[in-house]
Write a protein that binds this ligand. Structure first.
Ligand code: GAR
Length: 213
């Protein structure tokens, strides 16, 4: 079975979607790692009988030591893919190069638009007519890296950031397991040089769902 590790910092609703689709898409979550001890995602993992570990960045002197501790914890499970699901720490090349081509992130915007934080409020401010979520391979550039797939939602004139966040999450919950399925099935793989941005034409969610079905 294809083994994945999921990294979280919070609620873990994307983790839940990944948990719920393990059998359907033929992968197994070997471990869930959180940098926040009381992240609700850890409860979700425990309820599903998945191993958990906490590596709290506050316990380490600098990013390098924190990342080395995460690598040690994760590598005990030999993950074939590392999946960032609402993991809210910036990663350095120490961690990124260790998992080069084997690490995914989900970001709540139609990348390359709206990198960084508060994407839903910014989509409204910028009067975007369309918003959504992207899954990409992780490179050293924050929210950069080759974009694999995207799910889109319309932005209504009276939308609030909270309403939009909820809607985008419903898309994320379909998008992330489907991308992992595409990798498990060998339909998606990292380009040889994952430092090159936008090397893949992003697949739209409806087509991706058809392909992995
Ligand atoms: C998701 O919307 C995810 O895209 C976002 O955090 C949320 C986590 O929700 N990630 C980022 O902003 C990373 N830059 P969840 O904990 O319920 O899955």
């Amino acid at each position: 079975m294809f083994q994945i590790a999921v990294l979280i910092s919070g609620s873990g609703s994307n983790l839940q979607a990944l948990i719920d689709n393990q059998t359907k898409f033929g992968y197994r979550i070997a471990v869930v790692l959180s940098n926040v001890a009381d992240a609700y995602g850890l409860v979700r993992a425990q309820q599903a009988g998945i191993a958990t570990c906490v590596v709290n960045h506050k316990d380490y002197d600098g990013r390098e030591a924190f990342e080395r501790a995460m690598i040690q914890a994760l590598d005990a499970y030999q993950p074939q893919l590392v999946v960032l699901a609402g993991f809210m720490r910036i990663l350095t090349p120490t961690f990124i190069t260790h998992y080069a081509g084997k690490m995914l992130n989900i970001h709540p915007s139609l990348l390359p638009k709206l990198k960084g934080l508060h994407t839903h409020a910014r989509a409204i401010e910028d009067k975007e007519s369309e918003h959504g979520a992207s899954v990409h391979f992780v490179t050293a550039e924050l929210d950069g890296g080759p974009i694999i797939a995207q799910g889109r939602v319309p932005v209504q004139p009276d939308d609030t950031a909270d309403a939009l966040a909820k809607l985008v999450l419903t898309v994320e919950h379909q998008l992330y397991p489907a991308v992992v399925a595409g990798i498990v099935k060998g339909m998606i793989s990292a380009p040889p040089d994952v430092r090159i941005d936008d090397i893949l034409a992003p697949i739209d969610l409806p087509l991706l769902l058809q392909k992995v079905a």
